[in-house]
Design a protein around this ligand. Structure first.
Ligand code: GLY
Length: 394
């Protein structure tokens, strides 16, 4: 009996040691995030520009509200407010979110979920200010204008010549569905949700390969709705596996399961999780190379943003899959421990206030390679908050 008690006590101590270690990563990273965000805000004096990434010449690459990354810096600040409840972050978050109002009726992008949904869903949850809710509803209306019922998908990019074909759809687009699910919850109007489900169903049907990886870009025929060709996009090739794309797929279908409880979405997310966890080219620290089949592995840049997105997704998926909960939680924790290490976490005061280093925007376009990128910071902070609040469901 005594031995049993000692064993139980040891297990309990070990469990709480693990918990304490995880909380230490969260505290350290958020303390750094506060310093870095204050710096980035002070350097970025233009009120209506948004930080995208760090240029090797030491300047900040910025976008207007119309750049797909515009929502992430405001969203970072909302996460800081959620963590600290300090009014200074609330004021800054409101100020940095305000220029996104320009997107309310903007129909030329499929990325409105990233641009408006990410910051405004946090803003609404934390303030209950209807302004943010309405901005998401209006932006959802703009987003569904890109849905084509004949194809059953939301169009990603417009063609420069204005032609209907090719009708391109990228895996990233799964992430924009979250705002549509929310818009239906806010309004009771099922159109947004129905479109999100149709888009997810067709992505499920067409975007994944037998080995459980996914393509970046599919080109559909706008007339028939059938797939014409696949493209490598930001990945190495048509047959390789672009790391961030795999993360978008994992996160996107986990999120779709949250709103629908459709087992097919959960199964898809689990397969994507297994792809990540078991991949022979995944490095020991679990921060993937920018493509799982980049030709120069192990001398290829990592993509810390893909790791951060994956960690955040795994911490949600862990709650839905009891038999894999421990594996997913531990994998996410390991990723976050790596990102919080000196290899990735940017020293206070450096790189203009970005938080994590070594992400890749698009290697084929030689754009933003091995630099800090704002969405890496956002998903890192989101994942840390999920880790902080994690309660085992066993
Ligand atoms: N959504 C574009 C990217 O992930 O780079």
């Amino acid at each position: 009996m005594k031995r049993m008690l000692r064993l139980a006590l040891t297990l309990c101590l070990l469990a709480s040691a693990g918990h304490c270690a995880a909380q230490a990563i969260v505290r350290k990273s958020f303390a750094r995030a506060e310093r870095q965000t204050a710096l980035l805000d002070s350097l970025l004096t233009a009120p209506d520009l948004f930080p995208a990434s760090w240029n090797p010449d030491g300047t900040i690459k910025t976008n207007t509200a119309r750049g797909w990354i515009s929502g992430f810096f405001p969203a970072d600040i909302w996460l800081l407010y959620e963590y600290t409840r300090d009014a200074k972050w609330l004021d800054m978050a409101r100020r940095r979110t305000a220029p996104l109002d320009a997107l309310r009726h903007y129909t030329k992008t499929h990325d409105l979920g990233f641009m408006v949904g990410c910051p405004c869903s946090l803003a609404y949850r934390l303030t209950r200010d209807d302004y943010y809710k309405q901005l998401m509803i209006d932006s959802s209306e703009a987003l569904i204008s890109r849905f084509d019922p004949a194809v059953g998908l939301i169009r990603s990019w417009n063609n420069k010549d204005g032609k209907a074909n090719p009708f391109r759809v990228i895996i990233d687009n799964m992430m924009n569905l979250e705002m549509l699910f929310l818009a239906s919850e806010f309004t009771g109007d099922s159109r947004y949700r129905d479109i999100a489900v149709t888009h997810a169903d067709n992505t499920l049907k067409n975007h994944f390969r037998a080995d459980n990886s996914c393509f970046h870009i599919l080109c559909y025929d706008a007339g028939t709705g059938s797939v014409v060709t696949q493209k490598g996009g930001q990945g190495y090739s048509q047959t390789s596996a672009w790391s961030r794309g795999q993360s978008w797929g994992l996160y996107g279908f986990t999120m779709c399961y949250r709103f629908t409880h459709d087992r097919r979405y959960l199964d898809r997310a689990v397969k994507s999780a297994e792809y990540f966890i078991n991949h022979p080219n995944l490095p020991e620290d679990k921060v993937p190379y920018w493509d799982y089949y980049a030709p120069g592995i192990p001398d290829e840049p990592r993509d810390a943003s893909a790791a951060a997105i994956t960690a955040s997704a795994l911490l949600e998926l862990a709650r839905y899959v009891p038999e894999k909960e421990k594996l997913y939680y531990k994998t996410a924790e390991k990723i976050l421990r790596s990102l919080a290490s000196d290899r990735y976490l940017i020293p206070a005061g450096e790189k203009n206030g970005f938080l994590i280093d070594h992400s890749v925007g698009s290697k084929p376009s030689k754009s933003q390679v091995d630099v800090p990128i704002i969405y890496g910071d956002y998903y890192f902070l989101e994942a840390l908050l999920r880790l902080k609040n994690y309660k085992s469901h066993k």
